[in-house]
Design a protein around this ligand. Structure first.
Ligand SMILES: O=C(O)c1ccccc1NCC(=O)[C@H](O)[C@H](O)COP(=O)(O)O
Length: 258
């Protein structure tokens, strides 16, 4: 079993536990469920294009930063020009939780990507109930028909969809309703990172789709290279979070690229 198989197996149990504690109706009755979501399609083009991630730990790196406050960090991400923030909600493998999104929702006015492993309809209602605007679908974890179904459900709920692919075969998961296609530079099976990977696959994307380069962007040269290659967005976590002061690291990065 690779790490993704392990994460997905745990996720199935977690969803079962969540369903036994909170009903779908309770999610629908929650404070944020009926809010109008914010559009990453708009902010991707009007701001830096960076989707800045709040990430305490990861399977590939272990603890990255577990001392900083989500409000301080994501407020700086917003103030210095992030197009959106990505917040991990997986607890066991990434040290995330729903409260991170619930706490910051009132403080920021840019889209929030709920970053998790989405495999069940219930999680989309959860995402809406905690105040997310965008969700991630990871192609390797889903069939093409699940991607289609989950995209439709997300749109009914007002959530935009980032479909993450890693291989040429996964291009088949793209459907015309997907809002963004992310190409992950990190091989989720062996954690190797290769920017060239996303550049090669980008050439095979449908022409009109908004593309996001994900993972392994560690300096302004990486960012500029991917921008030159035509990516519309850039998902970056570790580079900012590994700093003692991610807010400052983000500010400095923005100053260097502008
Ligand atoms: O980061 C990992 O170790 C990882 C392992 C298994 C599944 C997903 C994983 N990462 C999720 C991501 O895609 C990244 O958090 C995101 O793209 C940001 O990447 P980075 O800038 O390299 O932190």
């Amino acid at each position: 079993m690779n790490i993704l198989d392990i994460i997905i197996e745990r996720k199935r149990q977690e969803i079962k536990e969540s369903k036994s504690k909170i009903t779908l109706q309770q999610l629908k009755d929650s404070e944020f469920f009926n809010r109008n979501t914010l559009s990453l399609k708009e902010t991707l083009q009007s701001k830096s294009g960076i989707i800045a991630e709040f990430k305490r730990q990861s399977p590939s790196k272990g603890i990255i930063n577990d001392t900083v406050s989500p409000i301080e960090v994501v407020s700086a991400y917003e103030n210095f020009g992030a197009s959106a923030v990505s917040i991990l909600t997986d607890k066991d493998f990434f040290g995330g939780n729903f409260n991170d999104i619930l706490k910051v929702r009132r403080e920021i006015n840019i889209p929030i990507l709920r970053k998790d492993f989405m495999i069940d309809e219930y999680q989309f209602y959860e995402a809406k109930s905690i105040g997310a605007d965008v969700i991630l679908l990871i192609a390797v974890c889903l069939s093409t028909s699940q991607v289609l179904e989950f995209t439709e459900l997300s749109h009914q709920l007002g959530l935009e969809v980032l479909l993450e692919i890693h291989t040429e075969e996964e291009l088949q998961h793209i459907n015309k309703n997907i809002d963004f296609v992310g190409i992950n530079n990190r091989n989720l099976k062996d954690f190797k990172v290769d920017l060239q990977h996303s550049v090669n696959l980008k050439n095979q994307l449908p022409k009109n789709v908004l593309s996001i380069a994900e993972s392994g962007i560690y300096n302004t040269e990486d960012f500029n290279y991917l921008k030159e290659k035509g990516f519309d967005g850039f998902l970056m976590g570790e580079y900012f979070m590994k700093s003692e002061n991610p807010a400052k690291a983000f500010e400095e990065f923005i100053n260097k690229i502008s």
